[in-house]
Design a protein around this ligand. Structure first.
Ligand code: GDP
Ligand code: MG
Length: 364
C-alpha cells in the first residue's frame, strides 16, 4: 500500500489491482511478477496430475490420427427456420420403416448421409440460436467446425444474421449459407446473396468461395444439398482428424439434473474413445460413466471422436462449455474436480472481499 501510495495509486490491502499495476509493483519491490490466467492455472493443475493436454496434442503423429465427422452449428435470425431445418435434416436421415423411434432431445445428434458414394456422418449441435455458441466460446470452447447460417429468403438479412456471422468469423469457423423458405411468397434468394456480399460472404456463383444453398425446410427441397455443402466445405477447408486410441476428452454441450437419473450431461467427444465405466471429470463434476445414451435413447458402450452422447453418473451438473476428460482412476477425477471447486470458491471469495472493501470505502 505504501509503495503504491508513493506511485500515486491509492489502494487498500484487500483491493484487486490490474495486471499492469502488479507488474510495476513487482519491479518496485524487486519481485518478478508472473500473471496466471484461469486457463494457465487449470493447465498447471492438470500437470500436477501428469496430464498435459497440449503436449499430447502436439505429439500426435499422422499414424495416430483418423478422420472424424464435422461438428455443425445452425445459426441465424429468429424465425428464419433454424429449428425446422434441423428437424428436416434429421428426418431426411431417418431411413424408411425406421421412423417412429423415440428421439429424445440431448442437445446434439449425428446424421449419416451418402456423399460421393461414401457413407459419412455429421454431428449437429441441436442448440439453435447462437447463445449456446457464444456462451461456449466465452468459456474458450470452440467445438463447431462448420456453421450453417440460415437466412429466410422472404425476409433477407436481419440483425441476428449479422451477429451470427460475426461470431462464426471471429471463431474462424467456415460458413455455409442456407437460404431458407424458398417456397414462401415473396422469396428472393438472390437478394440474400447480394446482401451478404457486403459482409464478405460471397457466393461461389458470384466468384466467391462461400457455398449458398437454396432450401425449404418446409417442403424438404434442398435439404440434401445443405448436407452436401457442409461436407464439401469441411473437406475443402478443414483437416478433421482425432486420435481415437486414447483416454477420451471433449466438451459438455448441455446438462441437467434428472429426477430419476441424477446428473445427465451431453458431451461431445473431441479425442479418444469414451467408454462405460470410465472415470471422468467435467469442470467441477466427477464420477464414473454409469451409462451412455445416444440421441435415440439407445445405450452405447463406447463413443468415438465427434460423437455426442448423454452421460450418466456425474456427481453434479457441469456447465455448457466445460471440458471433460477421462482419468486413469476415480481418485484422480475426484481430486481434479475438488481442486477446481476450491479454486472457484477462492476466486468468488476474492471478488466478494473486493466488493466489501469498495462498499467500506464509499461508506467512509
Ligand atoms: P427459428 O426461430 O429460426 O428456429 O425458426 P423456426 O424453425 O421456429 O421457424 C419459424 C417459422 O418459420 C415457423 O412457423 C416455421 O414453420 C416457418 N418455416 C421454417 N422454415 C420454413 C420454410 O422453409 N418455408 C416456410 N414457408 N416456412 C418455414
Ligand atoms: Mg428455433
Amino acid at each position: 500500500v505504501t509503495v503504491l501510495f508513493h506511485l500515486g495509486e491509492m489502494a487498500t490491502a484487500t483491493e484487486s489491482l490490474d495486471e499492469a499495476t502488479f507488474e510495476i509493483l513487482g519491479e518496485e519491490l524487486g519481485y518478478k511478477i508472473e500473471i496466471v490466467s484461469p486457463e494457465d492455472e487449470d493447465r498447471e493443475l492438470l500437470e500436477a496430475f501428469d496430464i498435459d493436454l497440449e503436449g499430447e496434442e502436439a505429439a500426435e503423429t499422422e499414424e495416430n490420427l483418423e478422420p472424424r465427422p464435422p461438428v455443425v452449428t445452425v445459426m441465424g435470425h429468429v424465425d428464419h427456420g433454424k429449428t425446422r431445418l434441423l428437424d428436416a435434416i434429421r428426418r431426411a436421415n431417418v431411413q424408411g420403416g425406421e421412423a417412429g423411434g423415440i428421439t429424445q432431445h440431448i442437445g446434439a445428434y449425428q446424421v449419416w448421409g451418402e456423399h460421393e458414394g461414401v457413407n459419412r456422418a455429421i454431428t449437429f449441435l441441436d442448440t439453435p440460436g447462437h447463445e449456446a455458441f457464444t456462451a461456449m466460446r466465452a468459456r474458450g470452447a470452440v467445438v463447431t467446425d462448420v456453421a450453417i447460417l440460415v437466412v429466410a429468403a422472404d425476409d433477407g438479412i436481419m440483425p441476428q444474421t449479422i451477429e451470427a456471422l460475426n461470431h462464426a468469423k471471429a471463431a474462424g469457423v467456415p460458413i455455409v449459407v442456407a437460404v431458407n423458405k424458398i417456397d414462401a411468397e415473396g422469396a428472393n434468394p438472390d437478394k440474400v446473396r447480394a446482401q451478404l456480399t457486403e459482409y464478405e460472404l460471397i457466393a461461389e456463383e458470384y466468384g466467391g468461395d462461400t457455398m449458398f444453398v437454396n432450401v425449404s425446410a418446409k417442403t424438404g427441397e434442398g435439404v440434401r444439398d445443405v448436407i452436401d455443402a457442409v461436407l464439401l466445405t469441411a473437406d475443402a477447408e478443414l483437416e478433421l482428424t482425432a486420435n481415437p486410441n486414447k483416454l477420451a476428452r471433449g466438451t459438455a454441450i448441455e446438462a441437467k439434473l434428472d429426477k430419476g437419473r441424477g446428473s445427465v450431461a451431453t458431451v461431445l467427444i473431441q479425442a479418444g474413445t469414451l467408454r462405460v465405466g470410465d472415470s471422468i471429470v467435467a469442470g467441477t463434476a466427477y464420477g464414473r460413466v454409469r451409462a451412455m445414451l445416444d440421441e435415440n435413447g439407445e445405450h452405447v458402450e463406447e463413443a468415438l471422436p465427434s460423437r455426442p452422447v448423454q452421460v450418466q453418473g456425474l456427481s453434479s451438473v457441469p456447465r455448457a462449455g466445460d471440458t471433460f476428460l477421462v482419468t486413469e482412476d476415480d481418485r484422480t477425477a475426484r481430486q481434479i474436480a475438488e481442486k477446481r471447486e476450491a479454486a472457484e470458491r477462492n476466486a468468488q471469495l476474492a471478488k466478494a472481499r473486493k466488493r466489501m472493501s469498495l462498499e467500506d470505502f464509499t461508506r467512509a
